[in-house]
Design a protein around this ligand. Structure first.
Ligand code: C2E
Ligand code: MG
Ligand code: MG
Ligand code: MG
Length: 283
């Protein structure tokens, strides 16, 4: 009886909750189950040297097939962060990607690994030790790992995040600012963080050749990055004219569907077996 009463109360409560909140709670439970059931996978998107078209690195991107259907990361990462599940999930991605990239390096060329982080992960207890252990266990050299951060991570717990990133860099790991140019403080960030790389947001790259202002901004970011001694990666290259302009600007690296889509490890295996060839689309 009490149970029935309790159940009804839950129902009434649920009915008054915003549908979004209910969906988020269900999502959180699904994520928890998915982590236990090992339903996550990592795909890798090649990053190429724009001058030679050779693969220099792969970016690890988490994938979730929930009941056979693909769920884009942006639909579940928020919930994974809110629930803290991003911490074990992120560690799994880190270990999986370090292991796979170390194997590709052993059988072929010295590609690097780019990994996305969330602030919740960085500030988790012993995160630096976790990265150190993942490197040691996989045999991946610290210098082959680039950690990608975005500006929003420095909004909360900025001091703690900056301190952690400093300790990570002291391990020999490299740091990249992802989605560069979209935040309010992209330039200030270059002074705050010991950054090695910037990744120009696709919103700039998409306008290359068609939008004068975006083209000028992209050119300026490329020059700024190079003047600061940083590696500059252009993201979201989809059309040949974008690739041409980026090459002409002297942008060092590129990534995007025109170059290569994110692919399962088997796809990277195939690429690596031909010893990191120049990718055809970009040659
Ligand atoms: P991001 O780090 O900026 O990753 C690039 C995103 O752009 C990826 O989307 C990739 O599939 C997509 N992309 C690559 N080339 C093109 C292109 O030419 N055109 C278009 N339209 N899109 C392209 P994805 O895999 O959906 O990931 C979205 C975001 O989710 C990532 O943005 C990153 O912020 C986050 N994310 C992905 N994997 C992880 C992860 O393992 N951990 C964490 N913390 N975040 C992740
Ligand atoms: Mg990224
Ligand atoms: Mg990005
Ligand atoms: Mg992004």
């Amino acid at each position: 009886r009490a149970k029935e009463h309790g159940g009804r109360r839950v129902e009434v409560f649920a009915a008054h909750m915003h549908a979004d909140v209910v969906r988020r709670l269900e999502l959180a439970a699904d994520l928890q189950r998915a982590l236990l059931a090992e339903q996550f996978a990592v795909e890798y998107q090649p990053v190429v040297d724009l001058a030679t078209s050779r693969i220099t690195a792969v970016e690890a991107l988490v994938r979730w097939w929930s009941g056979g259907a693909f769920v884009p990361p942006q639909q579940f990462l928020g919930a994974a962060e809110d629930t803290g599940l991003i911490v074990p999930l992120g560690e799994w991605i880190l270990r999986e990607a370090c292991r796979e990239v170390a194997a590709w390096r052993a059988s072929s060329s010295d590609i690097g690994l780019s990994l996305n982080l969330s602030s919740r992960q960085i500030t988790a207890p012993r995160f630096v030790e976790t990265v150190e252990a993942a490197l040691a266990d996989s045999g991946l050299p610290a210098s082959a790992l680039t950690l990608e951060v975005i500006e929003e991570m420095l909004v909360e717990d900025a001091e703690e995040v900056i301190e952690r990133l400093g300790s990570l860099r002291a391990l020999g790991v490299r740091l990249a600012i992802d989605d560069f140019g979209t935040g309010y403080a992209s330039l200030a960030l270059l002074r705050t963080l010991p950054v090695d790389m910037i990744k120009i947001d696709p919103s700039f790259v998409s306008g290359l050749g068609s939008d004068e202002a975006l083209t000028l901004l992209t050119r300026t970011i490329v020059r700024l990055g190079h003047d600061l001694g940083l590696t500059v990666v252009a993201e979201g290259i989809e059309r040949p004219e974008q690739l041409e302009l980026l090459r002409e600007m002297g942008c060092s690296r590129g990534q995007g569907y025109l170059v290569a889509r994110p692919m399962a490890p088997r796809g990277v295996d195939t690429l690596m077996r031909t010893d990191c060839p120049p990718l055809q689309n970009t040659a």
